[in-house]
Design a protein around this ligand. Structure first.
Ligand SMILES: Cc1ncc(COP(=O)(O)O)c(C=O)c1O
Length: 404
């Protein structure tokens, strides 16, 4: 008789965004005349930039010819893309990352969920609280998190690093030493960032204590301030302690196309075993590569035209962020984020819980956001709005909130 992976049964509730979708659908069905504005899930709304569309068309045509046809992609991804990434994302920033340390994938969600596979089950993870749920849930599935306390909403074997107004939503170095540390800056959900000097302290801590930092840089393109690192490899010593995850979703609108990459430096070792070899083995065994046409589109992200067009997209979303920030401040809300990230993190008014505020906003302003408590216990009493809507919808949503 087969047995299931019982770790799955430990997962509390359904995935946050499925719960939101169910609630919004139910409200929409009961109130078909209402125009609901969705500023909840972090999906982009701008169409793909012309430079990317051109690259896609060209690659599709190539695939229709005998000489241009491409079958299975190389395990690590096409060299044209890895060379471009190494040059434009790393060399240009003074970081020493070789093309063969870059693994092209279908996005940062898969990589952030799969990376834990190369570590022992008894490794202890540390996560920010609140946190992007994928880091914790995938470790639950792997049986690494102990037992769940439904009252406190914490796992017995996870080290939580609270991020709240007291520490400006930046975690402090944990007193209990973890094995794996998940960090994400600019942060989802709080929109917070840390300076290069602060990140250096994490790198030094990890090297001193033998930890690996899994650094999620999915929102790197939204950094607008100086001294906020775009990559953890800007810090001294990061090659011996950090894995970095990247996505093409938020900087280039690839949420539906799917492309990302992960960097595993060859200096990152356990004894004399390179983590690079383990991830290469895993990647080669379980993944058959992002499509050629999508990797060509990824290359176009770095072209002169592509860069110009994508900067305009990021600016468009950040203009929304500014509108949300200022509008909510005017309406008396306590808000943060939205300067180096497309997320605005607000304190719920009148001591409402995050889900109470979700219902209140849905029913009274027909605006959908994300309850902070869905990202962890320290997110309770907070709420996330995204700047990924259209400008018109963003303005309308904020005007409706102001009028409440
Ligand atoms: C922190 C973080 N990492 C990764 C992802 C997923 O990125 P991708 O679309 O590349 O899978 C998201 C998406 O919202 C995210 O917020």
């Amino acid at each position: 008789m087969f047995k299931i992976n019982e770790n799955y049964l430990k997962l509390p509730g359904s995935y946050l965004f499925s719960t939101i979708a169910k609630k919004v659908n139910a409200y929409g069905n009961e109130n078909p005349e209402k125009k609901i504005i969705r500023l909840g899930i972090g999906d982009v709304t701008q169409p793909l930039a012309p430079a990317i569309i051109d690259a896609l068309h060209k690659a599709v045509d190539e695939m229709g010819s005998e000489q241009g046809f491409h079958g299975y992609a190389p395990d690590l991804g096409y060299e044209f893309l890895r060379n471009t990434i190494a040059k434009k994302d790393y060399e240009a920033r003074g970081c020493n990352i070789a093309p063969d340390e870059i693994f092209v994938s279908d996005g940062a969600k898969s990589d952030s969920g799969n990376i834990q596979e190369i570590f022992a089950t008894d490794n202890k993870i540390a996560v920010c609280d609140p946190v992007y749920p994928v880091y914790v849930d995938t470790n639950v599935m792997a049986g690494r998190t102990g037992t769940y306390d439904i009252n406190t909403e914490v796992w017995s074997d996870v080290i939580y690093m609270p991020c709240n107004a007291d520490n400006n939503f930046a975690p402090e170095l944990p007193k209990e030493i973890p094995d794996l540390i998940y960090l994400c800056f600019p942060n989802n959900p709080t929109g917070a960032t840390i300076t290069k000097d602060e990140l250096q302290k994490w790198v030094d801590y990890a090297n001193k204590n033998g930890c690996v930092i899994i650094y999620d840089a999915a929102y790197e393109a939204y950094i607008s301030e100086e001294n906020v690192p775009h990559s953890i490899y800007e810090c001294e010593g990061a090659r011996t302690c950090a894995i970095e995850l990247h996505s093409f979703s938020k900087n280039a609108g690839f949420t539906g196309l799917r492309l990302g990459y992960t960097v595993v430096p060859k200096d990152l070792k356990s004894g004399d075993v390179m983590l690079h070899s383990l991830w290469a083995r895993r990647h080669g065994t379980k993944y058959n590569g992002a499509p050629y046409i999508v990797q060509r589109a990824g290359e176009a992200v770095y072209s002169e035209e592509g860069r110009k067009q994508l900067k305009a997209q990021v600016d468009y979303y950040m203009n929304n962020a500014k509108y949300i920030l200022n509008g909510l401040k005017e309406a008396g809300y306590t808000v943060s984020g939205g300067v180096n990230a497309p997320y605005i993190w607000l304190k719920t008014p009148h001591k409402m819980t995050s889900w109470q505020f979700f219902d209140y906003l849905l029913e009274n302003a027909n605006v959908v956001g994300t309850p902070g408590s869905g990202f962890g216990p320290n997110g309770e009493g907070y709420f996330r709005l995204t700047a990924f809507g259209t400008y018109e919808n963003t303005v309308e949503a904020i005007e409706r909130i102001k009028a409440l």
